[in-house]
Design a binder for this molecule. Structure first.
Ligand code: PMP
Length: 408
């Protein structure tokens, strides 16, 4: 018999615990560098102007209702999502090799992909999942929940605070055939370190040679560099190389639709397959999984994104909004590096501007992180990751001086 007495206490989610500690702090100078959400120069959440416009259009639509979406979600949204991630003229789309389902943001897309693979990918054979070390911690939980065993590949080089490319390639070369390799498409979370295009080519080559399976997680397209094609390059290159692969796509960051949970899962079948029939079978199984898990996805966030993605004028405006967010973050990287260098803070700080996207792995130790929290009311995760979006022209001097003090 079962008694709830046997349920052990689980640890608090470290990131959400950090957010709660920040909210409790009453110091007027407190700085939140924990949460991975964009903030404007006044440390406030930013509703993208183009999202406000789309919202207005939807609210004035007399035909808008609250009916269920289809199991696979809003068709205009999923087809626009394919074009966004693969490129509008992608042969994979033309050849009908892509099947896509709207999901509960990026998390739901990673989960649906993991669940599908756990059920259909090499059943009864070895199938280890590889994550970068470090990775978004939720990857571990999501894949464990569907009983897929995992290992990690070296990724971050603590010495250079850049990519441990040799370690990465070496591990891929030694991975068992059929292993699933989870790859961050751009703006790697938590390090901000991405492979160069030349390195991606090498990674693709080894993945092909070793018969590994690429699983792309793309949560920052357009948000990293401000250029959608550039941030989508790695995925498009892999598809060009003829891989069968999956993609988990989030609209949380690049549309600022965090709580609306808009995302998409894509399965791209290989060019040599009998595309129509394989894609249809994959789609039919994904639909059953989706039905049993969420029945059908939430409508509003997808409607907003779809309104923008399918209207050339709004799309161009969205790109400008993306450049504003990424531009502010890149400016903060430059400012932080030069302030630390001016202060003569011990260590090198070029990694702050070499890294890209929402996060920077500062190299601060856990002890220094805790000191910053205690002495200066600055909140970041214990691994020394900072959300660049939490910095602005009002707090960057304060932050640089506090880091300088903590490091000395
Ligand atoms: N993958 C990575 C690497 C992420 O950083 C995030 C956002 N923190 C996600 C997936 C998914 O986030 P969401 O479910 O909010 O779209």
């Amino acid at each position: 018999s079962f008694s709830a007495d046997v349920v052990p206490q689980a640890p608090e989610d470290p990131l959400f615990g950090l957010m709660a500690a920040y909210r409790r702090d009453t110091d007027p100078n407190k700085v939140d560098l924990g949460i991975g959400a964009y903030r404007d120069n006044n440390a406030k959440p930013w509703v993208l102007p183009v999202v406000k416009k789309a919202d207005e259009i939807l609210r004035n639509d007399p035909n808008l209702n609250h009916e269920y979406l289809p199991i696979a979600g809003l068709a205009d949204f999923t087809s626009a999502s394919q074009k966004l991630v693969l490129g509008a003229d992608s042969p994979a789309i033309k050849e009908k090799r892509v099947t896509s389902l709207q999901t509960i943001s990026g998390t739901g897309a990673v989960h649906l992909g993991a669940l599908f693979l756990s059920k259909f990918y090499r059943p009864n054979q070895q199938r280890t999942v590889y994550f970068s070390d470090p990775t978004w911690p939720n990857h571990f939980q999501i894949f464990s929940n569907v009983q897929l065993p995992y290992l990690t590949y070296p990724y971050f080089d603590k010495e250079t605070r850049g990519l441990d490319f040799d370690g990465f390639i070496n591990t891929l070369n030694n991975a068992a055939e059929g292993s699933i390799i989870v790859l961050h498409a751009c703006a790697h979370n938590p390090t901000g370190v991405d492979p160069t295009q030349e390195q991606w080519k090498e990674i693709a080559k080894v993945i092909k040679e070793r018969k590994l399976f690429p699983f792309f997680d793309t949560a920052y397209q357009g948000f990293a560099s401000g250029d959608l094609a550039r941030d989508g390059w790695a995925i498009r290159y892999f598809v060009e190389q003829g891989f069968e692969l999956v993609i988990a796509q989030s609209y949380a960051k690049n549309f600022g639709l965090y709580g609306e949970r808009a995302g998409c899962f894509h399965f791209v079948t290989s060019p040599t397959s009998d595309a129509d029939s394989v894609t249809a079978r994959v789609a039919s199984q994904l639909a059953i999984l989706q039905r049993s898990e969420i029945s059908n996805p939430p409508a509003y966030g997808a409607r907003i994104a779809s309104t923008v993605l399918n209207n050339p004028e709004l799309f161009a405006e969205w790109e400008a909004n993306l450049r504003e967010m990424s531009g502010r973050i890149i400016a903060m990287r430059k400012a932080l590096r030069s302030k630390l260098e001016e202060l003569g803070t011990p260590g090198t700080w070029n990694h702050i501007t070499d890294q890209i996207g929402m996060f920077s792995f500062t190299g601060l130790t856990e002890k220094q992180v805790l000191k910053l929290r205690e002495d200066s009311h600055i909140y970041m995760t214990k691994n020394g990751r900072i959300s660049m979006a939490g910095l602005n022209t009002h707090n960057i001097d304060y932050f640089a001086k506090a880091v300088d003090k903590a490091v000395r």
